[in-house]
Structures are given as C-alpha cells and as structure tokens.
Design a protein around this ligand. Structure first.
Ligand SMILES: NC(=O)c1ccc[n+]([C@@H]2O[C@H](COP(=O)([O-])OP(=O)(O)OC[C@H]3O[C@@H](n4cnc5c(N)ncnc54)[C@H](O)[C@@H]3O)[C@@H](O)[C@H]2O)c1
Length: 138
C-alpha cells in the first residue's frame, strides 16, 4: 500500500499519478537535454532561476553577466551540483554587438538554445513602448 506524507507533497503527487496511471505534474516541467541562456545569472534572481532550470534537467547553460568572478563561480557551482555544461561569458548587456557575439559563442559551446531568460534589467517606471534603446544604455 502506498503511503503519503503531508510533509512531502511531491511524494503525494507521485503516488496519486502512479495510482491513476497519469504523468506526474513534476515530469511535465522537466527540461532534460535543453539548453538555456540567462543574462545577469551570476547572482541574485538570475542565479536562482539558473539553479531551478538546472535542477529540472538542463544539459547546458550559458551565464552572461558583467561580473567575471561571480559568474565563473556560479558556473562552477552549477556544474558541480547539477552536472550541467555551464559556461560563463562576460558581458554588459547594454552592448548590442557584444551581446550578439556572446550568443554566438553560447550556441557554439553549449548547443542550440531553447530557453532565454533576460534577468538583467533596470527598475524604471516608464511605458515599455516609450522606452528607447538610448534610455536603456544610460
Ligand atoms: N530582487 C527583487 O526583489 C527584484 C524585484 C523586482 C525587480 N527586480 C529586478 O530584477 C533584476 C535582477 O535583480 P536581483 O535582485 O537579482 O539583482 P542583483 O543585484 O542581485 O543581481 C544583478 C546581477 O546583474 C548583473 N548585472 C548588472 N548590470 C549588468 C549589465 N549591464 N550587464 C550584465 N549583467 C549585469 C550583476 O553583475 C549581478 O550579477 C534587476 O533589474 C532588478 O531591478 C528585482
């Protein structure tokens, strides 16, 4: 007989899906073999999202950030904890040419990109349609 625990909701869902022959809801969120690019992934929200994606089964991730030491360490951690091919590229996202180069390097080194997370940003209260590239570069 299957037992479930309120402390472990994922075990409960797994046993429910096994009983009904349905796919676990967690399996539907698996990203096995996928490749992601994440800007601002060296720390903070970006790094947390990178960890979440890696835990869901990514095969590769490119971390783009302006801080090299943090970015290199982030990739070392992602590789050692999740076995992911994690590559760091130093980049200031305000530079369109460097951004294009970094994306090309990422495709070459990590593979075809299936997931793009743009976590680098600025907090400004302006309608998006009225926000010019010049504003963004300031
Ligand atoms: N943390 C929050 O609660 C919160 C809430 C709403 C919005 N945001 C926005 O989300 C974004 C990330 O927030 P966070 O809390 O993770 O910030 P954070 O300061 O912890 O991390 C920001 C990361 O972005 C990198 N970065 C900064 N400028 C860059 C640039 N020009 N090019 C490339 N990388 C650059 C930094 O090196 C750092 O690794 C910010 O734009 C922030 O305004 C954050």
């Amino acid at each position: 007989m299957a037992t479930t625990s309120v402390e472990n909701p994922s075990a409960k869902l797994d046993s429910l899906s096994a009983a009904g022959g349905k796919r676990s809801v967690f399996d539907m969120f698996r990203l096995d073999g996928r490749v992601a690019v994440i800007t601002s992934g060296a720390r903070g929200l970006g790094y947390s999202m990178a960890e979440g994606l890696c835990a869901a089964g990514l095969s590769g991730i490119a971390v783009l950030d302006v801080q090299s030491d943090l970015g290199e360490r982030a990739c070392e951690r992602l590789h050692s904890e999740y076995g992911v091919n994690a590559r760091f590229y130093r980049l200031d996202v305000r530079d369109e040419v460097l951004t294009q180069d970094a994306m090309n390097f990422a495709i070459r080194d990590v593979g075809r990109i299936g997931i793009l997370i743009l976590s680098a940003g600025v907090a400004d209260i302006v309608e998006a349609e009225k926000y010019s590239p010049e504003n963004f570069r300031e």
